[in-house]
Design a protein around this ligand. Structure first.
Ligand code: CAA
Length: 386
């Protein structure tokens, strides 16, 4: 049975900042952000958007036969509740039927991959059933911190089915876990803590380890891949990992893998880190912006979640995959966003649920988007469908 990604959707809030402006405001050299880090823009989530509204908006792009849906799993590391799963809110907002397992999954940025693998196993053991996997996050490190340039916000939703129409997943995962303190967020914090340099070293060490083991286990080498996608906390991080794999490739293939990597980072350059969804944002960017990949092309994917878990796996493109993408919609989504000044972004950043959003209630842009959080009443989040 072939199982994989049948459809893939995206959502990101309608505000962003220009990172050259942020660099100037922080007294940094703009090239450090755009070249050294590899980010041009950063999505900013107002307090009327959270991981639920973004997750539901990304999943709204999918056509779901609700009678076949057996599992809804949300991967996130910026959850809104320590107990209740965001998947339940998503189920209600999308009007999905109740005969499902609905849950949330956590292991830093690896949560999206954990959900995807759970979905694959679910479909394998429940023939005819489908699974909805959503990776939704708001990456927050804090104003004027070292991590600020690597923030972002957004969600990627994937429908996992038999006979998928976009990417058939191979059964070739290699994964490795080890308890380390490179990045974490205690429950009393709304911003992440990171040992920046150490986290980048660990990301690369995990990649080297699983990539070597993958090659031993599968018998495949870099020559078997048409493209490589990486978890993208910032795009330079993925480039550093790509450079570890390239030397074993021929000159022609090095050029091809590098060109396709460039296409895979375009959405991330404009949105930033979306933690659990970052790898899949890269995959989506590659599929929607590259017109050289053909059916049967093998794509390698490296997932990394601090703390830490690394996994490498692959998939092959399915005949007719381009017909099931939403390239024009995603271009419009990104192009329609409004650029915020740095002072306005700082104000929005400090506006936190449940204290906001009184200052903005008269601004229609604040409550734009398919789903919004209108406030908190009696300790319950109030959502509205626009
Ligand atoms: N022009 C061009 N490049 C410049 C430059 C300029 N004027 N000035 C500096 N640079 C380059 C530097 O040479 C450096 O490049 P290399 O990494 O290739 O050497 C790059 O810009 C970054 O410079 P610094 O290392 O000095 O940057 P920094 O100290 O400000 O830290 C960071 C960068 C560690 C990524 C920090 O932003 C951070 O802590 N981010 C959060 C943690 C993170 O994203 N970790 C990634 C791995 S963990 C993970 O993947 C999970 C997750 O999603 C969080």
């Amino acid at each position: 049975m072939t199982i994989g990604i049948d459809q893939i959707g995206l959502y990101t809030p309608n505000w962003y900042i220009d990172l050259r402006e942020l660099a100037r405001a922080r007294g940094d050299e703009p090239d450090k952000y755009t070249i050294g880090i590899g980010q041009d823009q950063q999505a900013v989530a107002p307090s009327s958007q959270d991981i639920v509204t973004m997750a539901a908006a990304a999943a709204r792009e999918l056509t779901i036969d609700t009678t076949k849906l057996g599992l809804i799993v949300v991967g996130t590391e910026s959850g809104i509740d320590a107990s209740k799963a965001s998947a339940l809110y998503v189920q209600r907002l999308l009007g999905l039927h109740p005969w499902v397992r609905a849950l949330e999954i956590k292991e830093a940025c690896y949560g999206g991959t954990a959900g995807l693998m759970m979905a694959r196993d679910y479909v394998a053991t429940h023939p005819g059933q489908q699974a909805l996997v959503i990776a939704s996050d708001i990456a927050r490190y804090g104003l004027a911190t070292g991590g600020e340039v690597t923030q972002g916000a957004g969600a990627v939703a994937m429908l996992v089915t038999e006979a998928p129409r976009v990417l058939a997943l191979a059964d070739d995962s290699v994964y490795y876990a080890e308890e380390i303190m490179d990045f974490w967020r205690p429950v009393y914090q709304d911003t992440a803590l990171a040992r920046g340099k150490y986290s980048t070293e660990q990301y690369l060490a995990f990649f080297k380890r699983v990539w070597a083991q993958y090659q031993r286990q599968s018998g495949r080498t870099v020559a078997d891949f048409d493209a490589l996608c990486f978890h993208l906390p910032y795009t330079k991080m993925g480039l550093k990992a790509l450079r570890l794999a390239l030397p074993a490739a021929s000159a022609v293939q090095q050029a091809e893998l590098t060109a396709r990597f460039e296409r895979s980072i375009q959405y991330s350059r404009r949105i930033g880190n979306i933690y659990t969804g970052s790898l899949y944002l890269g995959l989506l960017s590659l599929l929607e912006l590259d017109d050289t990949l053909t059916p049967g092309a093998r794509i390698g994917l490296f997932s990394y979640g601090s703390g830490a878990v690394g996994e490498f796996f692959s998939g092959t493109l399915v005949e007719g995959f381009t017909a099931h993408l939403h390239r024009a919609d995603h271009a419009a989504l990104l192009d329609a966003r409004t650029r915020l000044s740095i002072p306005d972004y700082e104000t929005l950043f400090r506006d936190k649920v449940p204290y906001g959003p009184a200052d903005y209630s008269s601004d229609p842009a604040f409550f734009a988007g398919p789903f919004v959080l209108t406030g908190v009443s009696g300790q319950e989040r109030q959502y509205r469908t626009n």
